[in-house]
Design a protein around this ligand. Structure first.
Ligand code: ATP
Length: 301
């Protein structure tokens, strides 16, 4: 059974299309990155999966059920959700906030201490949230999303406000959850660093699917070159020299992805080669490629 299944989903707000014929199948333990410009339809997709809104047409299934119809408690207990720009009641302590959400979810409040520790807030748990920094609020939001060991986690901009170490800790936690069989959807505008933690990316543009697949699949689809940066007193073979950009002792050479290894073998034996770096299209490069190819711009109000 797919954990999440969207079939030909349409969502319109007052006749304005926000999602158009979206299909998605997510298996247990998959981590999906959901990317797109402002107004692309990411939050709408998350809201449909949470059952907060109903599709205008098409079918949404979460754990095999219609999330707008199923018994709220059973389904919600299996879901963890971190919304963008999380905010809490400032007068409560971090621990009280978590205990409050634990009660709502019907989860023993004893688990809250361990969760605070996991997100690095055990020292601050007894302080009021109004004294928390932005990153601390975000960590508390994560702890809230992780309450009750959810089987499906929906995270909207989870690393915003987190420092580099906290961001790494966060992704390590995602890896652990994945190993335990948790399925994760994460939306982010911060693309660098995300690619090694996601199994698949889905890129939306103006409510339409622009591209979908693993980062390697997307590289094949985009057909962007691999870029070699070379350093040294070099004479390149003729067929490579014609395509290289030289700047003194530095050179840049773009080759088709499928020629990467052959090119590497030809370069590595060249006399005078001091250094070589290879850059494969990053998730950011791929995102830009698909958005630009479809000429999708940010939604203007
Ligand atoms: P962002 O990255 O800015 O959060 P997003 O990808 O999450 O954007 P959505 O919030 O899903 O985008 O919005 C998709 C489209 O639907 C936008 O054009 C938005 O204006 C519109 N939209 C979203 N919610 C509503 C609503 N309640 N009423 C009317 N239009 C809406």
């Amino acid at each position: 059974m797919n954990i999440v299944e969207l079939q030909q989903v349409e969502k319109s707000y007052q006749g304005v299309s926000a999602l158009h014929q979206l299909n998605l199948e997510l298996k247990q333990g998959e981590v999906l990155g959901l990317f797109g410009h402002n107004g692309a339809g990411k939050t709408t997709t998350i809201k449909l999966i949470l059952g907060l809104i109903a599709a205008t047409a098409g079918q949404v299934r979460v754990f095999g059920e219609d999330p707008t119809q199923s018994e709220a408690r059973t389904l919600r207990r299996q879901l963890g959700f971190l919304q963008e720009n999380v905010s809490f009641y400032d007068q409560l302590t971090g621990l009280e906030v978590l205990q409050y959400f634990a009660r709502l979810k019907g989860i023993p409040k004893q688990s809250c201490h361990a969760l605070l520790e996991q997100v690095g807030l055990s020292q601050a748990g007894k302080r009021r949230v109004k004294t928390y920094s932005k990153g601390m609020r975000q960590r508390l939001g994560l702890a809230q999303a992780l309450l009750g060991e959810p089987k499906l986690l929906l995270l909207d901009e989870p690393t915003v406000g987190l420092d580099p170490i906290a961001t790494q800790d966060f992704y390590r936690r995602i890896e652990q959850l994945k190993e335990q069989g948790c399925t994760v959807i994460l939306c982010s505008h911060v693309l660098p660093g995300v690619e090694k933690y996601i199994d698949r990316a889905l890129i939306l543009g103006r409510g339409k699917l622009l591209a979908e697949g693993s980062v390697n699949d997307l590289r094949q689809q985009a057909d962007l070159p691999a870029t070699f940066h070379l350093q040294g007193d070099l004479t390149l073979p003729e067929h490579l020299a014609a395509r290289a950009n030289r700047d003194g002792r530095s050179m840049r050479l773009d080759v088709a992805l499928q020629d990467k290894m052959t090119t590497m073998q030809q370069l590595i034996v060249l006399p005078g080669l001091e250094n070589v770096d290879v850059h494969l299209p990053s998730l950011e490069d791929l995102y830009t490629h698909f958005i630009e190819t479809h000429q999708v711009q940010e939604a203007t109000p």
